[in-house]
Design a protein around this ligand. Structure first.
Ligand SMILES: [Zn+2]
Length: 325
C-alpha cells in the first residue's frame, strides 16, 4: 500500500466515523419523516423505483441528480451524513459508482447497503468492453432487465420494513405492469427503423443493453467509463464508419460533454458527409425532477422515441402516453 492510498483509506474511515458520530448526536430520524423507512440511493433511476414501490411508507433521497455522471461522482459530506442516517442504502453496483465503491463497501460492513443491479443473474449481463472481469453496469437501458432490478428493490424494502410487505408487493406489481407496457412500446417504435439504419452513435458506451434488447448496433466514442479520453484516432475511425455506413444522425447525452460528438460531426463534414445531432439522450441520469423525463419511464420513452424518430422510424412525437415535450 502506498502512502497515497493509506491516506485515502484513513480519510474514508475518518469520514465514516465522523458521520456515525453525527448520526448518534442528532435526534433519531433527523431530516426524515417519522415512521417512514429512510432510503438513500446513488442514481435517480433507483430512487424512482424506490418511490414507486415504497409509496408513502418510504422517504427516498438520490445522491445523483439530473446531468450527473455516476462514473465520476464523489460523495460530499452531506451525502455521507445522509447515508449514515438512512435505514437502507441502495446502489447500482457493477462498478457504476466507481469513485464511491470503496466508501459504499465500508459502509456496507456497518449498515444495510444493497447493490440492486449487481444482484441480477450474471447470465443476463453483458461483459464490460473495458475490463474482462467486469460487467456493463447500464442495465436500465432495457426495461425488461430493469424490471428485475425493481424486484430486487422491492425485496430490499421488504427485508428492511417487513410490516409493509403487502403494500410493497402491490405497488411493485403495478409498476412492473407499467414497465411491460414501456417495453412493448419501445420494441414497437424501434422496430420501425430500417435494419440498415439501426446504429446509435453517442458519447459513451451506455447503450449496450439497449442495443442487445432492440437489435441496434451501438457505438460509444468513449469506453464504458467517461474517465478515459477519446483520442483523435478514435474520432477519425468513427468518421470512417459514419461515411461508409451513411449514418446521418448521432446523439448527445445529458450527463456527458458533447465535445467529442461535435468533433465527429465536423470530421464527417470535412469529408462531405452531413451528420446531424439526432437529439439528446438520457444515458446515466434522468431529466429534471417534477418532469416526465425526470422519471424512469419518461427517460426511456424519450430515448426510444427520439432514436426512432431521428433514424427514420415511426414514433408518435409525444411518446408512449403523450407526455413528451
Ligand atoms: Zn455510463
Amino acid at each position: 500500500m502506498t502512502a497515497g492510498t493509506t491516506q485515502m483509506f484513513v480519510s474514508r474511515r475518518f469520514w465514516l466515523a465522523a458521520a456515525t458520530m453525527l448520526a448518534i448526536l442528532l435526534p433519531a430520524h433527523w431530516a426524515w419523516a417519522q415512521d417512514r423507512l429512510s432510503v438513500v440511493t446513488t442514481t435517480g433511476m433507483i430512487a424512482d423505483a424506490v418511490s414507486q414501490v415504497g409509496g408513502n411508507a418510504v422517504e427516498v433521497k438520490s445522491l445523483m441528480g439530473p446531468g450527473v455522471d455516476p462514473h465520476a461522482y464523489r460523495q460530499t459530506r452531506s451525502d455521507i451524513v445522509a447515508m449514515a442516517n438512512a435505514d437502507l442504502v441502495l446502489r447500482n453496483g457493477l462498478y457504476l459508482e466507481a469513485q464511491l465503491e470503496d466508501f459504499l463497501l465500508d459502509l456496507g460492513e456497518n449498515g444495510e447497503v444493497v447493490a440492486v443491479a449487481e444482484a441480477v443473474p450474471e447470465n443476463l449481463l453483458i461483459s464490460s468492453e473495458d475490463y474482462s472481469d467486469r460487467f456493463d453496469p447500464h442495465l436500465w437501458m432495457n426495461p425488461s432487465l430493469w424490471s428485475r432490478v425493481v424486484i430486487n428493490v422491492r425485496d430490499a424494502l421488504i427485508a428492511a420494513y417487513p410490516r409493509e410487505e403487502q403494500a410493497f408487493r402491490a405497488n411493485a406489481d403495478a409498476y412492473l405492469a407499467q414497465l411491460s407496457r414501456l417495453s412493448r412500446y419501445t420494441t414497437d417504435v424501434l422496430s420501425s427503423v430500417a435494419p440498415e439504419s439501426r446504429v446509435v452513435v453517442s458519447s459513451h458506451d451506455a447503450f449496450n443493453y439497449f442495443g442487445s434488447a432492440y437489435g441496434f448496433e451501438v457505438i460509444g466514442i468513449q469506453g464504458i467509463s467517461t474517465e478515459s479520453e477519446a483520442g483523435l484516432r478514435r474520432i477519425a475511425e468513427l468518421v470512417d464508419v459514419l461515411v461508409e455506413r451513411n449514418i446521418r444522425a448521432v446523439f448527445v447525452e445529458t450527463s456527458v460533454s458533447d465535445r467529442n460528438i461535435r468533433a465527429l460531426i465536423e470530421g464527417a463534414a470535412a469529408r462531405g458527409h452531413k451528420v446531424v445531432i439526432g437529439g439528446e439522450l438520457y444515458s446515466d441520469a434522468m431529466g429534471q425532477p417534477g418532469t416526465y423525463e425526470g422519471t424512469y419511464v419518461g427517460m426511456i420513452d424519450h430515448n426510444a422515441t427520439t432514436i426512432a424518430g431521428a433514424l427514420g422510424g415511426r414514433a408518435p412525437e409525444s411518446g408512449m402516453q403523450g407526455f413528451l415535450n
